[in-house]
Design a binder for this molecule. Structure first.
Ligand SMILES: C[S@@+](CC[C@H](N)C(=O)[O-])C[C@H]1O[C@@H](n2cnc3c(N)ncnc32)[C@H](O)[C@@H]1O
Length: 313
């Protein structure tokens, strides 16, 4: 398998299953729009496989979008800043991490965020009730080496420069830029945490609002894909989306979760991928990949989704 670059370590990244998600892409579309971009793993993979030329990345987490913007548009500057921070920590890693975390909370400087993400536990962003980044460092690791970080930064910059727009709004605001020719990929925060205050992300999302948003996209016949619920073995997480949205659900095998591995379990994790009716229609009439067509033409009940298999040529 080829290696898709990714400088931002990010819990929940779709990097490992990006190629499987792309199986459900239509042959042609305008921009790829990610309303919940995170580390933009899917856009990076899409650019890598030359499946789109224009990208629109939005995430409520503004420092994260500022960081992506800098990686794409000022790669040398952010690579140098990371190298300086990485070298400066030598011999006082814990104290230095705490210092940079305080500085980040005061300034929201993207360079500091890259260093924190490279060093924090499980690359997972956590914020306290006041919105301050409060994740601890992984004391066993010093963070990715600067030479390797520089390579990843430049690789992503080459893929996305001059073709990417960055925004930091609530996902619903992306309605203003979405047109029928675009492809929308949505990866909202897991529902388990979205009802209460979500410390991983700035804010949890309201499920009813999301459903209304999807209904509006359907009304406009928008081509969209959505990662949502899933399961590990028999244990499910998140509730499925309602039938009235008429979405087609598939499952993607995401491999063994680290939690399952820790517990000595062999259970695989499957993530649901929902396709909008407009996208299914497009794939049926004008499909790119024979695998996709074969999969989509198989009858599947909502409770027994077809599993997408890696088959991109
Ligand atoms: C599961 S992560 C996306 C991960 C991404 N697919 C990747 O590969 O890195 C969900 C993202 O949604 C963002 N988010 C949470 N609430 C949001 C909202 N109301 N509007 C836009 N983005 C939001 C979070 O900041 C987080 O980065």
């Amino acid at each position: 398998m080829q290696r898709i670059p990714q400088p931002i370590p990010y819990q929940g990244s779709k990097r490992n299953i990006a190629q499987q998600i792309m199986i459900a892409f239509p042959k042609q579309f305008g921009s790829l729009i990610e309303p919940f971009a995170g580390s933009a793993a899917l856009s990076v993979a899409t650019a890598y496989y030359r499946k789109a030329n224009q990208f629109y990345l939005n995430d409520l987490n503004k420092p994260l979008m500022d960081l992506l913007d800098k990686i794409v548009n000022q790669p040398a500057q952010i690579a140098n800043a990371y190298e300086d921070l990485w070298n400066a920590q030598s011999g006082r890693e814990r104290a230095f991490y705490d210092f940079i975390r305080d500085e980040f909370n005061k300034t929201h400087h993207p360079d500091y965020l890259l260093y924190l993400l490279a060093r924090c536990v499980k690359a997972s962003v956590r914020y306290n009730a006041e919105g301050a980044f409060n994740q601890s460092p992984d004391n066993r690791r010093k963070g990715r080496r600067p030479t390797s970080m520089r390579q990843e930064i430049f690789a992503v910059s080459n893929l996305l420069q001059n073709r990417t727009t960055f925004a930091s709004h609530d996902y619903k605001d992306t309605l203003n830029v979405i047109s029928q020719s675009d492809l929308i990929y949505m990866d909202p925060p897991y529902q388990g945490t979205s009802q209460s205050k979500d410390h991983r992300y700035y804010r949890g999302i309201d499920v009813e609002e999301l459903i209304d948003f999807l209904a509006e996209l359907n009304k406009r016949q928008v081509l969209f894909l959505l990662s949502y619920d899933g399961r590990t073995g028999d244990k499910t997480y998140g509730t499925m989306l309602p039938a009235h949205l008429k979405l087609k659900r598939f499952e993607i095998c995401a491999g063994r979760s680290s939690q399952a591995t820790l517990l000595g379990s062999h259970s695989q994790t499957y993530e649901s991928l929902y396709l909008s009716p407009a996208l299914v229609r497009r794939l049926r009439t004008n499909n790119t990949f024979s695998t996709t067509s074969a999969v989509l033409n198989k009858p599947s009940r909502d409770t027994q989704p077809v599993q997408l298999e890696l088959g991109i040529g």
